[in-house]
Design a protein around this ligand. Structure first.
Ligand SMILES: *Cc1c(COP(=O)(O)O)cnc(C)c1O
Length: 375
């Protein structure tokens, strides 16, 4: 049986968890949390990182930080996970969905400007499959119209976007704020887990307060204030040291994990290039993006073809999955959507198929999967 995903353990996770437990401090913001923060800040140059209990939580923190008010408009793709939208809807925002590009699930940046109004507060690019959105164009729009950019970088760890001056910038380090996920289906995991990245200095102090339930506890522990109390809204966004210890073991092995995933991704790509009897479209990484091998997907010619392929794989004990159901057609939002058609989003929703990709998948498994699909 080949599952869709299998969480990979590097071997040190339980050792570090035991160390955290033995230290007598297992609530949040201790040794392992700080090790994880430093890892990200030094490796990627992110200004300030805060681990969260999920990417969903990091997105909710971002919506609080940019002070989303009732009726503010949020520009985001329809082809994304529900949390990208929910975080802003929780604060009363109105969603303005952008269609995907014709050849990539990422939102079509060309169509964003026409959707900006005086109520637009933020653009939320989602780097689907870890592939960069056109961040240079998005940041230009944001500065022209004075709106924020919050990157949903849930899938985008260790990946870059190249700007026209040739510079490469890490995804998650470009928008004012960004959110990463360490859910067990992502490249680097902690079961559930996430991180808020604060690239805009103005948000750093308030982010720590929101993170610590609306208190200035972080400042207190640094000795900056002599007592701590309730100073703002917030919630319990920080994970325990147990989660951070698990995550740190993964981070120490990031290179190894990424190399393996890229080898598997390339094996799929070459196997399909050699033989592709169903006119499946292969993923096209945009020219300005590197590939972080978060996901291998194909785009089928129809919903029927996709269903037939999933059934054939299942018969041979291979689990392949699809997602997302477009948010503009979701039961919760369909009546609130402004009625614009989003044809490319609908096509990816009907035709995109995700294939198994995890550290322990073997190259011969990939040959098998591709043969089953072709047969
Ligand atoms: C996984 C994912 C999320 C949610 O991450 P959690 O850590 O499970 O909250 C949000 N957005 C995108 C694009 C994702 O892929």
């Amino acid at each position: 049986m080949i599952p869709f995903n299998k969480p990979f353990l590097t071997g040190k996770e339980t050792e570090y968890i035991q160390d955290a437990v033995a230290s007598g401090k297992i609530s949040g913001n201790g040794k392992y949390t700080k090790l994880c923060h430093s890892f990200f800040e030094s490796r990627y140059g992110f200004k300030k990182c805060l681990l969260t209990t999920s990417c969903t939580d990091a997105l909710e923190m971002a919506a609080i930080l940019i002070d989303i008010q009732e009726g503010d408009e949020v520009i985001l793709p329809s082809y994304t996970f529900v949390s990208t939208a929910n975080a802003f809807v929780l604060r009363g925002a109105k969603l303005v969905f952008v269609d995907s590009e014709s050849n990539h699930p990422n939102m079509d940046v060309q169509t964003i400007e026409a959707l900006i109004t005086p109520r637009t507060k933020v653009i939320v690019p989602v780097h689907y499959a870890g592939d960069a959105c056109n961040m240079e164009a998005i940041m230009q729009l944001a500065s022209k119209y004075n709106v924020y950019v919050v990157e949903d970088a849930a899938q985008a760890i260790n990946n870059t976007c190249t700007f026209s001056d040739g510079s490469k910038r890490y995804l998650g380090g470009i928008g004012h704020l960004s959110a990463f996920s360490f859910h067990e289906t992502k490249n680097i995991i902690s079961g559930e887990g996430g991180m808020l990245v604060i690239n805009d200095e103005r948000f750093v102090q308030r982010a720590e307060i929101i993170w610590e339930k609306g208190t200035n506890r972080s400042q207190f522990f640094r000795g900056e204030v002599d007592k701590y109390g309730w100073v703002d809204i917030g919630s319990s966004f920080l994970p325990s040291e147990i989660i951070a210890a698990f995550l740190y073991a993964q981070l120490e092995n990031l290179e190894v994990i990424q190399e393996k995933r890229k080898a598997l991704w390339n094996a799929y790509y070459h196997a399909f290039q050699k033989q592709n009897t169903h006119h499946l479209l292969l993923p096209e990484t945009p020219a300005y993006s590197e590939n972080n091998a978060h996901m291998f997907y194909v785009v089928c010619s129809s919903l029927e073809t996709r269903a037939a392929i999933i059934a054939a794989l299942k018969k041979q004990n291979v689990l392949a999955v699809f997602h997302y159901l477009s948010l503009h057609k979701s039961p919760y939002y369909v009546a609130k959507h402004d009625k614009r058609e989003l044809p490319h989003t609908d096509r990816f929703s009907d035709c995109l198929l995700r294939l198994p990709l995890y550290y322990e998948l073997r190259l011969e498994d990939i040959d098998n999967i591709v043969s089953i699909i072709n047969a």
